[in-house]
Design a protein around this ligand. Sequence first.
Ligand code: MSP
Length: 519
Amino acid sequence: MEKYYITTAIDYVNGAPHIGHAYEKILTDIIARHYTQRCDDVYFLTGTDEHGIKIQKTAAAQGITPKELCDMNAKKFKDAWKALDIDYKKFIRTTDEDHEKIVQKIFDKLLKQGDIYKHSYEGLYCQGCECFLNPKDLTEDGLCPDHMKKPEVVKEENYFFKLTKYKDILIKYIKEHPDFIVPEFRANEVLNQLEDIQDISVSRAKSNVQWGIDVLSDSEQSIYVWIDALSNYITALGFDTENPSDTFKKYWPADVHVIGKDILKFHSIYWPAFLMALDLPLPKHIFAHGWITIDESKMSKSLGNVISPTSVLESFNLEHPDAFRYYMASSAPCGRDGNYSDNDFKEKVNAHLANSMGNLLNRTLSMLVKYFDGEVKPEFKGENPLAKKALGTVQIVKNHFDNFEIAEASLEIISLVDATNKYVQDNAPWTLAKEEKMIECGQVLTNVLDIMCIISTLIYPYCPNIAADMARQLSFNLKTKLDDLTADNIKTGKLISKEDIKPVFLRVDSELADKSAKK
Ligand code: MSP
């Protein structure tokens, strides 16, 4: 694998980030970090979607300019991603000057080649979706099913993109590429939507929407959000209709666009059609994740249950975001909805990260110090009965990531931790020491530590701070590529002294964790 280009959806900046936005960025960061373990060149793009009527109206209601609103909220997204250790390479804002210029050129090219045309239109516009809705998709009461709001009737002369021209070729493409839309069960929904697809509006009258990119050849019209927003995936790389940059040539097509299920239509119908019109290759995968609910109900401002990701870190006094990352990433099987609850969070991370994984390392290192003064002797090395399971887990985890099964992969890692714990229980190194079977005792401990190196590598994408702490205590190079992993990782000689043993994760809500966070 030479390169891996991965993107998230770009978030609307009419509010602050919540844990639904965070879920997507965490999943994407975990996939990106996993691929750094398989490939040297990973490009991870995220950013904010800053134009449109929603932002224009929110800014007006707050008595500030749209740009001021965008600057203020884009910063909140950046700060939140920093707190969550989201290690993106580029953060694009659709108000970036170079993005705006290229979007104008893309629009102009499509207009000149006849893929975009002007047309007078009356339709039902949902501000929440920032798109026109088909009357047949509304609820019985005439509401948008996603936002439960009545769409407004808009009558305007707009520019339209000839989506219908691409209908048949898109249907064929989706049928021939079963792994284009992930999970596969969503492809049927898309094929159904394609059946009655119509040409789509790609501009709004300036008189109604001022906060948008001007159509180059028509100052009365602003380019409307989706063609602007979707283009971020190529403008960020320096795409140009005349002279695309080397970065673009190197990274495009994207390996995956990670998005929520609500915006799948835009990514698997509109975007591929725009790309075909531009004569560009399509992304390899569109991965549509599910929604995060709070205590099993939808997160919404009106219900007052919107949770900010940084408030979770603060309320649990977390030193780093690993526990939250782990919990979110393992909250739902691929493409399904997940749920956040404070209690479940506490229970899960205490059980998996503190009791199972953290304790295992801590106990094993403590025994090595107690019985052998922290030294791994050459005679402790030999056949490791856990090797097969551990190296098998590496392969299974890789396969899961290839299918974007991030929660499923985390379960495999925990199952390896459990098997390792069971090995310790079954072989009771404390009893071996009591019986003065010191070589056997040293062998058991060394076998476990060798496997802990593999576990630290596998858990790294989810919990980069915990993994670094584990690797440091094991004197193991965390940058080892997955394909280079063996079951022989611990060097012989002095490994650790008592004072260097440190719990890698303290139980959430424990007094100790509280003290260490306050320090
Ligand atoms: N701006 C568009 C995306 C343009 S991509 C070229 C948009 N923005 S959004 O802020 O509404 O949503 C951003 C991402 O967050 C989307 O992928 C959306 O599905 C995701 N989520 C928003 N709320 C969510 C949950 N409650 N749960 C999980 N993800 C959800 O759509």
